[in-house]
Ligand binder design. Sequence first.
Ligand SMILES: [Zn+2]
Length: 315
Amino acid sequence: MKFDTAYSLSLDDKLSIYDVRDLNFDETAAYDSDKDSFLCPNDTCRAAFETGNALSTFNAKNVNYLRTPHFKNKTTTRHIDGCRYASTHKTATGENDDEREENFPSEFVLTRRTYERKTPATGTEGQVPQGPAKTPLNRTDSSVSSSDTTPDKTSVFAHPVECYVSNIDDKDKLKAMPLKIGDHTATYWAFFKKIEYLQDNKGLIYWGKIKEIKDYTSSFRIDFEKKVWLDKKPYSVNVYLSKKLIENYRKRQAFLEQIKAAVDSERPLYCFFYGVTPELKQVPSKKNPEQTFGVFSANIENLDHLIIRETPGVE
Ligand SMILES: [Zn+2]
C-alpha cells in the first residue's frame, strides 16, 4: 500500500513524499533521503519496533516521474496488529493502487514548510550561538502537529498537481475534493484551469500542453499550444522565466535538468503554474520591429509554483 506520510528519523517529523522530494532537490538543505530512515507514521506502531524497521520510498529522487511518488512497505517491514499501514493488499478491484494519488491536501500553503533539525548541521561558519531560535521543538506542539491523521496541507506544488493529473479520468472525484489556496476555496476541478480559458477567472492553477520551450541559455519562454480567444481573435499564450529567477532558485540544478530535458523531449509535455495570470501585451514583431502584435504573457515569479511534466491520460 501507499503511505501518505512517514516519520523521518533524521528530522524527527512526519513528511509527505513531496516534502522529501523538495528537500532532496533543495541545494540550501543538506538532506539526502537515501541517508534518512522512514518509519511508520503511527506513533504506537513505530514505538514497538527498532528504528531499522523502515519503509522504502518510490520516486523520491526522480526529477521527472510518471508514476505517483510514495512511501511503501518493504517486504520486511513489520507493523503492530491494527496499524492501518499494515495492509499489503491490492484494492478490491484489483487495481494497482500505485497509480493514483489518493491523499488530496485540502490546502496548498504558499509559504514553504521549514524543518527543525534534530541535530543542527555543522555549518561552515564555525560556532553557532545558542540563541532562543535554537530551542528544540516544544514537545506539546510537536505531538499536536504530528498526529497520525493524513496531513491536510502541503506547501509543495507537485502534490496537488499529482492529485489532479493522476485522477484526471475521475471528474466526480475532482469535483468533490475541496482545495484552498490563500483566501480562495474551490474544488480541485475548479482550481485547475486550462490555459485557453484563463480569462474566466484570475488566481487559478493554469495548465496546458506545451508547444515549444525557447531556450535562451539562461532564461526560458514556455509557449502553449492552445490559444486564447478575445474579440473573435486568437492570441498566443506564454510564460517567461527570467535568468535572475532561475539563478536564485534553491532547486536550480533540478529545475535546469527538468527544463532542459523538456526542451529536447519529443513527448507531449504540460506546464502547470500558479501565482500569475497571463495578460494581453503588445510586443514588437521580430520581422518588422515597427509593428507589434498581441500575446497573452506573464513573468513567472516563483519557480516553486511551476511544473513541467507529462500527464498520462490527458491525451
Ligand atoms: Zn505501522
